[in-house]
Design a protein around this ligand. Structure first.
Ligand code: SIN
Length: 270
């Protein structure tokens, strides 16, 4: 197995490991260490992994999370199919920077996405390092934010987004999380807000909350903290939702882009 940093900011490419086969304890430890060090891993030179094997792979890293709104793959509720094509009106729900399902009380630790069909060009995914975003703030701003919590809500985002969802009596998750979270493994601090789900800062009035959140959204999106990944067919990306944001660029319509993802359950942010 070979691991090569993708950029100084974050990310690493792993080759020499076939994810469609069982992984050994040593390989698991290697991946886990690289995941915590690089925050997002790109496994290249892969074959298409079956839904069963993708579920099995995800389960090495923890119990799987079930998406609260996206349609489930037949017989595999753990799989979220990513599919955009000529008739798609909006992207797969990732067209701006976010951390997956941060509206859950225990948001997913990480996401594993393999893409099987790619547009001829375009359809890259951006990732941003939220440790760096936190570190770049002044000490006074860090001190101010360290005490704050924000609301992460989902009805405004999920309602009507996914075709085929029956929305009658649907419960949309919401949660309150610290604006600065501590990664449970690395113990490093990361900013934890995103445009999709973070709606308000607890304890501030609406105007103050809007102002600070807009500032933080802009700050988190500084190119200094980012990478842009160009996919190869069957690459598998594995990102840490606790310390990164990501955005799938919706620039390839009417071309097709298709894959499957699983998410691994996380813990309550602190
Ligand atoms: C996602 O947020 O899971 C989708 C990312 C992508 O389509 O690149």
């Amino acid at each position: 197995m070979i691991v090569k940093p993708y950029s100084p900011n974050l990310g690493a490419v792993i080759t020499g490991l076939d994810l469609s086969k069982s992984i050994s304890e040593i390989q698991f430890k290697f991946i886990e260490d690289a995941f915590h060090k690089f925050q997002v891993l790109f496994f290249q030179e892969q074959v298409e992994i079956s839904p069963q094997n993708q579920i099995k792979l995800g389960k090495y890293f923890g119990e799987l999370h079930i998406h609260p709104a996206a349609p489930k793959m037949n017989n595999y509720p753990e799989i979220f199919e990513i599919h955009t094509h000529k008739d798609s009106k909006i992207s797969n729900g990732a067209e701006d920077f976010h951390s997956d399902v941060s509206c859950d009380t225990e948001p997913p630790l990480g996401t594993m996405l393999q893409l099987h069909i790619l547009p001829e060009y375009g359809g890259d995914t951006m990732f941003a390092n939220m440790y760096m975003a936190y570190e770049a703030l002044s000490d006074k701003m860090k001190f101010f934010l360290n005490e704050l919590y924000s609301y992460h809500e989902s009805e405004h985002f999920y309602k009507g987004r996914y075709e085929g969802e029956n929305e009658v009596n649907k419960q949309y998750p919401s949660a309150i999380h610290p604006i600065v979270r501590t990664h449970p493994v690395t113990k490093k601090k990361a900013l934890y807000v995103n445009k999709f789900f973070t709606t308000r800062i607890q304890g501030l009035n609406i105007e103050e909350s809007k102002l600070i959140l807009n500032y933080l959204f802009q700050h988190c999106e500084k190119t200094d903290f980012q990478i842009r990944y160009r996919w190869n067919k069957n690459d598998m990306a594995f990102w840490d939702n606790r310390c990164t944001l990501h955005k799938a660029i919706w620039d390839y319509h009417p071309m097709e882009r298709k894959g499957r993802r699983v998410t691994i359950k996380g813990t309550i942010p602190y």
